[in-house]
Design a protein around this ligand. Sequence first.
Ligand SMILES: Nc1ncnc2c1ncn2[C@@H]1O[C@H](COP(=O)(O)OP(=O)(O)OP(=O)(O)O)[C@@H](O)[C@H]1O
Length: 464
Amino acid sequence: MSSLDHSIPVPAISRAFEVVESSSNNKTATHSINVNEDDGDGVFLTWQDLWVTVPDGQKKGNRSILQGLTGYARPGELLAIMGPSGCGKSTLLDALAGRLGSNTRQAGEILINGRKRALAYGTSAYVTQDDALITTLTVSEAVYYSAQLQLPDTMTKLQKKERAEMTIKEMGLQDAMNTRIGGWGAKGLSGGQKRRVSICIEMLTRPKLLFLDEPTSGLDSAASYYVMSRIAKLDQRDHGVGSRTIITSIHQPSSEVFQLFHNLCLLSSGQTVYFGPASAANEFFALNGFPCPTLQNPSDHFLKTINKDFQEDIEKGLAGVVPTQEAIDILTKSYKSSDSYLQVRSQVAEICKAQDSGALEKKSTHADFLTQCIVLTSRSFVNMYRDLGYYWFRLGVYVLLGVGLATVFSNLGTDNNSIQARGSLLMFVASFLTFMTIGGFPSFVEDMKVRKHTHTRILYIIFC
Ligand SMILES: Nc1ncnc2c1ncn2[C@@H]1O[C@H](COP(=O)(O)OP(=O)(O)OP(=O)(O)O)[C@@H](O)[C@H]1O
């Protein structure tokens, strides 16, 4: 059996669809799609001939960002989407998650467990590239406030707190529970810890399908490995939830991180260069004349081979130079005519045939309007109280202003002139108070960013 075998480990009760493949080096490989009884609740996501186009600003036409992609993601597996910058990784994630912008057009089929369906609230989550966190809160506060907003009112406060704590521990943040997140001007958590807090917040509803857009961007290799290994652990079975399906885009994983991936989707200019088991990608490149040099990180080699942004530099650096565009053409054509591609298509077909679980449509809810108002107000007070610039500095200015006005307008008397002076005082106070509200603007913008993330999460349902 070749290294292409990528079956999910499951108990004996699983149904297995066996597809026998003759791999490109003429060895015989057996691929199994095991549909575990327990995975009946898991999410099998498939996409076929997926195109995404946007209007081309200069020419009057459309530009294709994704060109006929086909693939799948299964419970208990971590699928990594890789490729040079601008190749369409985030667009693929957005398309699969139903978050494409309004100016984009999508064609092709995206199916959940073989059907076009909407996922219930809390079944899926999307961790965006940027962390939208309130910097004045501690880790436990940030996660607990989110738990109160996201989890249904049928859960008690204690249960929500326990869920928040458990999630924090799952992401290895127990030692930083009482550390403030921190941000501009106030050092708090490290970049990697902030990423994990963002993931914690998305994990609160125990989603079965998790999208991560570059979870390691801006992190050093050690922090990247730590974050990714935590994420990889999340695909395992989880407190009453079946195995999790995880899809992540990633820029440049270290070889250790690369080993955590089950499947790899390698893109170049919106086309699939390779889709299949991550462990077999090296073999695919080698068979097509681009073997990975000894001691080189395979992901570095893949990206170097297909990155045409700095074509001249890269060509100079590669031995036995093949122009990058030619290399991409060779690989994409070879992939399209390979057994791996047929294998992917047949697996997609098998998944679509096999799955028909209605369990995902179970209704789950978030906190009601009143609870949300109370939690948001309380969070806002904590934020204001801790934000020196927002609250204490302004309080100081008001005190000084009060003292100043009292000295200027003291002993006004009760004659006709004092009426005019009292009018001026009122006008001055009113205009100054209005002016000072601008001081709250940065905090308001921060709140709006967090609100936008939460709002997307609360309203977010996949429509295929
Ligand atoms: N809504 C849109 N309108 C116009 N162009 C878009 C839109 N979304 C994406 N694009 C373009 O599509 C291409 C792919 O973008 P995408 O963000 O998916 O790339 P990426 O691989 O995630 O890049 P990076 O790794 O740098 O984040 C880019 O050239 C981008 O400008």
